[in-house]
Design a protein around this ligand. Structure first.
Ligand SMILES: Nc1ncnc2c1ncn2[C@@H]1O[C@H](COP(=O)(O)OP(=O)(O)OP(=O)(O)O)[C@@H](O)[C@H]1O
Length: 263
């Protein structure tokens, strides 16, 4: 372990002007570098909001006793943070023009931009780092294709390559296997296990407990923007707790570190 990269204490986050309920409420949580974690919860429970807090792109309500520290700092430089934390969110796909070259999508991370990099200069080191990340995700044959021409799974791989190009130690993934077919999801899981074995830390939001990799032991459950449970997955993912969380009876079984949940 190398110390906390996120420290939240009584953190509340409001999103949107006309809302009466915060997206996260009084959340207290510590995430340590070296400890990967899966985050689960019903729709609207605040999972993506928490990821954006981790990536430094949202702020908490300024209240006495409320704290949000990233790498021990309450003020951070977003460019520096991007080198340390790679964020992949499904809605990023829509931020790129369909005719953007897939390789340019990867390069855009070095300028904190979403595409439109034609005309920008990149150093040899940046191009090489982008190529390494693309190779890593197995999409090198597609680099000259338009981003909009790619399948969902291919686009997802390019977005992960984009996040990896800056070699972050922490990778934050919002539902990375959504819309992927069985083989693509399994292939991506294999790549992500490889990243874990290199000592990277994954923060993985998922709707499916069955996707939680055996290497990831800690599970955080959110409900209505609050912390519902946090701990070792075998203690947390029990039928009683999941019934409480999702409001329906569920069966839970385990096999070699994988969890299966059925209605
Ligand atoms: N840009 C926004 N403006 C206003 N409210 C928002 C915005 N984004 C999210 N919210 C609200 O914040 C709350 C938490 O949303 P969030 O996206 O974090 O939940 P989630 O657990 O990731 O949901 P899902 O599983 O559906 O992706 C929800 O009530 C949502 O409506």
């Amino acid at each position: 372990m190398s110390g906390p990269f996120l420290e939240l204490s009584q953190a509340t986050v409001w999103r949107g002007a006309d809302v009466s309920i915060p997206a996260l409420r009084d959340l207290s949580l510590v995430l340590d570098e070296g400890e990967s974690v899966a985050i689960l919860g019903p729709n609207g429970s605040g999972k993506s909001t928490l990821l954006q807090l981790i990536a430094g792109s949202l702020r908490i309500e300024n209240r006495e006793g409320s704290v949000c520290r990233l790498f021990g700092e309450e003020l951070w430089d977003i460019d520096e943070l991007r080198h340390r934390i790679g964020l992949v969110m499904p809605e990023e796909v829509a931020r790129f023009y369909p005719d953007e070259l897939a390789f340019d999508v990867v390069l855009s991370v070095f300028r904190g931009a979403y595409g439109v990099v034609r005309g920008m200069r990149f150093s040899k080191a940046e191009r090489e780092a982008a190529s390494r990340a693309v190779d890593r995700m197995g999409v090198e044959s597609l680099i000259d294709r338009g981003f909009g021409e790619l399948s969902s799974g291919e686009r997802r791989r390019f977005l992960i390559a984009r996040a990896l190009a800056q070699d972050p130690k922490i990778l934050v993934l919002d539902e990375p296997t959504t819309a992927l077919d069985f083989a693509s999801a399994a292939g991506l899981q294999k790549e992500l296990r490889g990243l874990l074995s290199e000592g990277r830390t994954l923060v993985w939001v998922t709707h499916h407990p069955g996707e939680i990799l055996p290497e990831i032991d800690r599970v955080i459950l959110l409900r209505d923007g609050r912390l519902f449970a946090d701990g070792a997955k075998r203690k947390i993912l029990t039928p009683a707790r999941l019934r409480n969380l999702f409001g329906l009876p569920l069966k839970v079984s385990w096999s070699r570190g994988w969890c299966e949940v059925r209605a």
